[in-house]
Design a protein around this ligand. Structure first.
Ligand code: NOJ
Length: 553
């Protein structure tokens, strides 16, 4: 039963086929290339891969503008290659999640083409129209500064269509039962081809009421239950991981009180507070964010992440917190995006400081939920701020010091490989790091192994132990009478801390499961220790025989 809920303790690795590995030398990554890298991913220890959109698309929003939901974009291979890949992943015990982008289509999707060409078409009502320009056409843009409006006039029919995102991404009228049936069909199709579920794009917008008459859109939460039910009928262990950056009081609406809606959600709230903690050495807002998002059904799980393929959205911090993060990690206007976030990769944000990078990832692996890594994080890849918008953090994977970082044999990769400077492929690449036992890559592999051996984090309950210092976070997880304790210091100087465990823990003896810093409580029953700058410890309570005592999982 416990292992059936595989996502409660998965290690998810997110990648874009386009920029991972090119097998045929056309400069564009493809499924055959990815297939050849499966052993690398298995070696790293990840248990699930999340593929960003790879379906047929004009590619104006990195594939989030789909023009055929039932095909692989020919640049990446064929459906046959896709199935070979999912099969190869399965053989290595790795599950595959794929993006499900059904809030909108591309304006080149045949449904939209037909809808705009003919107002009597059956597809007309698959989109959202207005005969006149709605009053709120200049509100609600997701990409302020780049996107001009949310309603654009269609030259063919003369009416306005609604688009929450760019004007080439017309919103589907998701209230239309035919559209809902099509969404299920899309899920059913990919489930049949071997995926274990979906990262569902823009969920609050998918389920929002849409239309010119809607002033304050309400969410149609029942829709989520329909998606969930359908999936579980088709394949019982498949899941939906929702992209829903909502306020904590709405979380349970997405998970469902009885756990009958989304199995997983990304924890945007914790993500932003985590960056604030790293910027200010104040972990209190992070503790509050964890407590505010603690309540969820037993079968629900958070996706914990640091950076993803979008900007780091700081929109839910207070103004002063946001400014603190901007000034620490993205002071220059060129590093910021959409008036709310930072578009850099993590390593350059932290000035390439390996101590802070390890602190950040140690937090990602140990906060309540399932960690979601981004490709390239395992080697500390950088960004290219000369590329527009979010593309700066989407450059090709750096495999070796061969031309184009070993990503392609072509001189014109789909996006430029980062070359020269501290993050250049010439010295920052997988091949070099695999030979170096102290590298980020080998450290990541060890951390993943350790995270898998600590199912308490995914399954257990947590509480925060008073460290007497807002810059030191002590988390205690308990599950089936096993206790894991994880300590992080956000300080740039060594700090001395003293803390006590609960009476009923095997409190006297803490075994360090990462390094050799075991700790025994002093006569006062308290632990005393000195943490190095940005130091962290992973402990098990209960002395060296903890492995014997641990319940069977
Ligand atoms: C969220 C995705 O993460 C982002 O990359 C995309 O541009 C929008 N949704 C629109 O699909």
């Amino acid at each position: 039963m416990i292992n059936d809920l595989w996502y409660k303790n998965a290690v998810v690795y997110c990648l874009s086929v386009e920029t991972f590995m090119d097998s045929n030398g056309d400069g564009i990554g493809d499924f055959q290339g990815l297939q050849r890298r499966l052993d690398y991913l298995a070696g790293l220890g990840v248990t699930a891969i999340w593929l960003m959109p790879f379906q047929t698309s004009p590619g104006r929003d990195d594939g989030y503008d789909v023009s055929d939901y039932y095909n692989v974009d020919p640049r990446y291979g064929s459906l046959g290659d896709f199935v070979e890949f999912t099969h190869g992943a399965k053989q290595r015990g790795i599950r595959v999640l794929i993006d499900l982008v059904v809030n909108h289509t591309s304006d080149e999707h045949p449904w939209f083409k037909e809808a705009r060409a003919n107002t009597n078409s059956q597809y007309r009502d698959w989109y959202v129209w207005s005969k006149t320009k709605p009053e709120n056409a200049n509100e609600g843009m997701v990409f302020p500064g780049v996107q001009k409006s949310t309603w654009t006039r269609d030259k063919e029919s003369g009416e306005y269509f609604f688009h929450r995102f760019y004007e080439f991404q017309p919103d589907l009228n998701t209230a239309n039962p035919l559209v809902q049936a099509e969404i299920l069909k899309i899920m059913g199709f990919w489930i049949q081809l071997g995926v274990s579920g979906f990262r569902m794009d823009a969920v609050p917008f998918v389920i929002a009421e849409k239309g010119v008459q809607v002033k304050k859109p309400r969410e149609q939460f029942d829709m989520l239950r329909t998606f969930r039910e359908f999936l579980q009928w088709r394949k019982g262990d498949s899941i939906i991981l929702a992209e829903a950056n909502v306020v904590p009081k709405e979380n349970l609406e997405y998970f469902g009180d009885d756990g009958d809606r989304m199995q997983m959600m990304f924890n945007f709230h914790v993500n932003q507070a985590l960056f604030y903690a790293m910027a200010s050495a104040d972990s209190q807002p992070l503790v509050k964010a964890m407590q505010d998002t603690e309540k969820r059904p037993t079968t629900g799980q958070w996706g914990v992440f640091l950076r993803n393929h979008d900007e780091l959205d700081l929109g839910r911090l207070t103004e002063s917190q946001r400014q603190a993060v901007f000034s620490a990690f993205g002071p220059d206007k060129t590093m910021q995006l959409y008036d709310r976030g930072i578009r850099r990769r993590l390593a350059p944000m932290l000035g390439g400081d390996i101590r802070r990078l390890k602190l950040a990832y140690s937090l990602m692996y140990s906060l309540p939920g399932t960690p979601v890594l981004r490709y390239g994080d395992e080697i500390g890849m950088g960004d290219d701020l000369s590329l527009p918008e979010r593309n700066c953090a989407r450059t090709p994977m750096q495999w070796s010091d061969e031309p184009q970082g070993g990503f392609t044999k072509n001189d014109n990769p789909v996006l430029p490989v980062i070359s020269e400077g501290p993050y250049g492929f010439e010295h920052l690449n997988v091949a070099f790091q695999r030979r170096d036992s102290e590298s980020m890559l080998n450290w990541t592999e060890r951390m993943i192994r350790m995270r898998k051996e600590a199912p308490e984090i995914g399954w257990g309950t947590f509480n925060v132990i008073d460290s007497g210092d807002p810059g030191v976070l002590i988390m205690r997880y308990e599950w089936r009478k096993n206790v894991v304790m994880i300590i992080h210091s956000f300080h740039d100087k060594p700090v001395e801390i003293t803390f006590a465990l609960k009476e009923d823990d095997d409190a006297n003896s803490l075994v360090d499961i990462l390094d050799g810093h075991d700790s025994r409580a002093d006569g006062d029953g308290k632990h005393h220790m000195v943490l190095e700058p940005y130091g962290f410890r992973w402990y098990r309570a209960g002395g060296l025989d903890y492995l014997l005592k641990r319940s069977v999982v």
